[in-house]
Design a protein. Structure first.
Length: 319
């Protein structure tokens, strides 16, 4: 009961219950400010100075006390203004593999004529990125978030804060932005070989990428067809090189759920399929993907690899 009331109070005070959006403007109701530990000590010292000035009737004590008090009030205004009216927009987060760290990039725009200094961006309060924003300009700030599991990573609210200029006050704002990162399954260790490549019966080749357009050479990988080895180039370079072709008329490697040992659980199968997708792409093989509910025809290229990895990341086993 207490925890529920506390969460409701936090959501209401800090506006954490709002829907996510692509852009957040830090108006007056979004920026919160409190004294820091140093600010509390500073205020306590002012009270002691005021009490001493009253007790001993020190005119210069009054002057110094009220001067320092005015400076503290002025610092509060500048700390609040350092965040007010900033515009924060959601950026893109490149995909990562499970167990890594996702990098979220936020755009921070300063639409005013006042420069902003020493602004911190954090997610969990430990790792912080500090930036300065010049007048009428915008900057990009990147923050890392752990990605322990595959799927779609939607981090909690980011926190933008500052203690500029004197460190007497801490101003902050919570940002609920529409950002997400695709987390691929963690690849299994190398071990299981790629499934056999199905080639047309009349081709006489076990695998390849067709013979339409020669695209270049790559290092030899165990299992490559001897007919695709560039023997002249290998003799010249003294290393084995394999010819690459841009056509798609011969072989295709099928990365299939059914080709995996039944003893593996769903997550282990996804990890192994991820390993096969990476290996097939690295070897420049044309490959297709078959998992329950999804089939991708054989293709090549980075875009095809990313489509397959995303399908594995978002896979949900049929019930």
């Amino acid at each position: 009961m207490y925890a529920a009331l506390k969460n409701q109070l936090m959501n209401w005070v800090f506006r954490l219950g709002e829907a996510r959006s692509h852009v957040v403007v830090l108006g007056q109701r979004r920026v919160f400010i409190l004294p820091t530990r140093e600010g509390v000590v500073f205020g306590f010292l002012l009270l002691l100075m005021l009490a001493g000035s009253v007790n001993y009737n020190l005119s210069l004590g009054y002057v110094l006390t009220f001067l320092l008090g005015a400076m503290g009030i002025n610092a509060m205004f500048h700390t609040f203004r350092n965040l007010a009216h900033l515009k924060v927009s959601a950026g893109r987060a490149p995909p990562v593999f499970a167990g890594g760290q996702a990098t979220f990039t936020l755009g921070i725009e300063n639409p005013t004529d006042v420069a902003r200094y020493s602004i911190g961006l954090t997610w969990d309060g430990t790792a912080t990125t500090y930036i300065d924003v010049a007048p009428r300009l915008s900057v990009l700030a990147a923050i890392g978030v752990p990605a322990p599991r595959r799927g779609l990573l939607r981090p909690g609210p980011f926190r933008l804060y500052t203690q500029f200029p004197l460190g007497l006050y801490h101003a902050w704002s919570y940002l609920k932005l529409e950002v997400e990162c695709v987390v691929y399954p963690q690849p299994a260790p190398p071990g299981l070989p790629l499934p056999l490549i199905a080639a047309p019966a009349a081709s006489g080749e076990r695998y390849g990428k067709g013979d339409d357009d020669f695209t270049g050479l790559r290092l030899y990988t165990p299992g490559d067809s001897p007919r695709q080895i560039a023997w002249k180039a290998a003799a010249r370079e003294e290393i084995l090189l394999t010819k690459q072709f841009g056509g798609r008329n011969s072989a295709a490697c099928w990365v299939s759920w059914d080709a995996l040992p039944p003893r593996l659980d769903a997550e282990a199968k996804l990890s192994q399929l991820t390993r096969w997708v990476i290996d097939a792409h690295t070897r420049c093989l044309s490959f297709g993907l078959r998992i329950p509910g999804t089939v991708f025809a054989p293709d090549i290229g980075d875009a095809h690899r990313d489509r397959c990895l995303k399908a594995l990341a978002l896979f949900e086993q049929p019930k």
